[in-house]
Design a binder for this molecule. Structure first.
Ligand code: NAP
Length: 319
């Protein structure tokens, strides 16, 4: 789960139910980052939106303890319920306010922070990520200026997901017990264009068995949450071909994909057969590109005539 927030220089985020200082560029940035993802918002912050209405064009999950009907929103009554509702979406952003950020903080793996170089009086705060060693700033844009106010866009990532954010991920062999569960895995509509169906992945594993294809189940605790297909590349350079990789949409956005890929890469490296693994990723699959980039995959620049929309990425094992 991700969050997006605009903070003042003391990590204040609001005063008396509203943001005392805003920049227009941040509104634009908010729309660009959250896109059509789902958002989790507290009832008080919702009241501060234009007309007190949910954000248009996306799923709004609103937290309240009151029996409310909010047109255009899914109303939830506990933080756990909000987290469950979020898990059904490919991407979900916690968008405030302070009490909601605080409660869902352990589940956050990435936070988009707009820093405003100003310190108005605040009564609501976001945790100071610069002071929390569990977080690292992975991206800091240049300082810009709007109406004399300096601001910049930063991205923070959790160094190691918390137990709550990650669960325990393991790789499991596909067997007579679990293959039906693999068949039931689903991904969001946007990923369907790039990924084979789980049944297709199982079938490919069978068809390519002569090329040492292996279908790998991905589990969190005892539950199958994803599947991958790795085979030997049948042409130069000698390499592993990470053909398919999916995490069920209900479990996305919690860092499970990153953990599973790390495990797969370390198993392949331990075989000492090839010195790299390749993957072809659609340029449009932003979620997957982020995971591969984070793990150290690099663009080879090669364009496959059969898949011109894909970036060819390679991960080199340490010697
Ligand atoms: N700078 C930024 O990026 C940013 C972003 C968002 C908000 N803000 C600021 O944050 C401030 C608002 O924060 P806030 O903490 O006062 O309010 P909030 O988190 O937006 O909303 C609090 C409300 O959410 C509901 N709620 C919270 N936890 C719940 C739970 N576990 N179960 C059920 N309902 C729950 C309750 O609604 P009911 O009262 O209806 O029961 C509660 O009163 C404002 O100043 C706003 O401008 C800043």
């Amino acid at each position: 789960m991700e969050a997006i927030v605009a903070v003042y220089s003391d990590w204040g985020i609001g005063f008396r139910g509203t943001q005392p200082v805003v920049v227009r560029a941040d509104r634009k940035h908010f729309r660009a980052v959250t896109g059509d993802a789902a958002v989790i918002v507290g009832r008080r912050t919702l009241a501060d939106f234009p007309g007190g209405r949910p954000l248009p064009g996306r799923r709004n999950i609103v937290l309240t303890r009151q029996q409310l009907e909010i047109p255009g929103a899914e109303v939830v009554y506990t933080a756990e319920e909000a987290a469950r509702a979020a898990a059904a979406h490919e991407r979900c952003f916690v968008i405030g306010g302070a009490s909601v950020y605080r409660q869902l903080y352990p589940l956050l793996t990435r936070v988009y922070v707009t820093k405003l170089d100003v310190r108005p009086e605040s009564d609501s705060f976001f945790p100071d990520l610069d002071a929390d060693p569990a977080w690292t700033c992975t991206e800091q844009g240049p300082w810009c200026e709007e109406d004399g106010l300096r601001y910049c866009f930063c991205t923070y990532e959790r160094r190691e997901p918390t137990a709550a954010a990650s669960g325990a991920v393991s790789l499991v062999e596909v067997d007579e017990e679990n293959w039906l569960r693999i068949r039931e895995l689903t991904v969001g509509d946007s990923q369907k264009g790039f990924l084979d169906s789980p049944l297709g992945i199982l079938a490919r594993g069978y068809v390519y068995r002569g090329r040492r294809a292996r279908v790998i189940g991905i589990a969190e605790g005892g539950t199958i949450v994803g599947v991958a297909l790795v085979k030997d590349l049948d042409e130069a350079p000698a390499c592993y071909d990470l053909q398919q990789f999916m995490i069920d949409s209900r479990y996305q956005g919690r860092g499970l994909g990153t953990q599973a890929l790390r495990l797969i890469l370390s198993e392949l490296e331990a075989e000492h057969k090839y010195d790299c693994a390749e993957v072809c990723v659609s340029r449009e699959d932003a979620a997957a590109l982020r995971v591969y980039e984070k793990l150290g995959f690099a663009d080879t620049g090669y364009v496959d005539e059969d898949a011109p929309d894909c970036l060819n990425l390679v991960y080199r094992f340490r010697k």
